[in-house]
Write a new protein. Structure first.
Length: 172
């Protein structure tokens, strides 16, 4: 097999990362096989089983990230307790789906997103400066919460975006 082909096959192989938590028997096995250091991209031997990070550390990484640009639907509402304030407001985003072939109207869909601000540095700015019609960039994470409906007494799920960053896009 040519060296070029061998390097190509090696680059296609999945990458295994050996973690610091290995048992004594595993470290003895690897030391007895050879004294070469292993690198990312090395192909493990047939009898070596790769250990996933979630098994060794008890945690796995995930991502929950939302980015929106839209207009505020109404002035923000202040809620929560004196100690743990929250500012909530709604942001509308538009989606255009072309024009209608029969009458030439532009097809548009509007989605409403509930935004909640808990961070102290954002609370004051959101409370003071956000007003209905303002154009905002919101970055945050999606959060689902179960609440009891005051009118019906039934439990229902509410989806909110917990804001980590707000940027005002108004021209002033």
């Amino acid at each position: 097999m040519s060296l070029l082909r061998l390097n190509l096959l090696r680059s296609i192989q999945p990458t295994f990362i050996r973690t610091a938590k290995t048992s004594a028997t595993e470290s003895k096995k690897s030391a007895s096989k050879n004294n070469d250091e292993s690198f990312l991209g090395d192909v493990p031997a047939d009898d070596e089983v790769p250990v996933e990070a979630s098994e060794t550390t008890g945690r796995e990484r995930s991502l929950n990230r939302i980015q929106l640009i839209g207009r505020v639907g109404a002035d923000p509402k202040i809620g929560g307790t004196q100690r743990h304030k929250v500012v909530t407001f709604n942001v509308a985003t538009n989606e255009y789906a072309g024009t209608d072939a029969q009458n030439g109207e532009v097809k548009q869909r509007v989605d409403w997103h509930r935004i909640a601000v808990f961070q102290p540095r954002l609370l004051d700015n959101a409370e003071k400066y956000i007003r209905q019609g303002d154009r905002l960039y919101v970055q945050g994470r999606l959060h689902h919460n179960m609440i009891k409906d005051k009118k019906t007494g039934q439990d229902r799920y509410v989806t909110s975006i917990i804001a980590d960053d707000l940027i005002f896009l108004n021209k002033k």
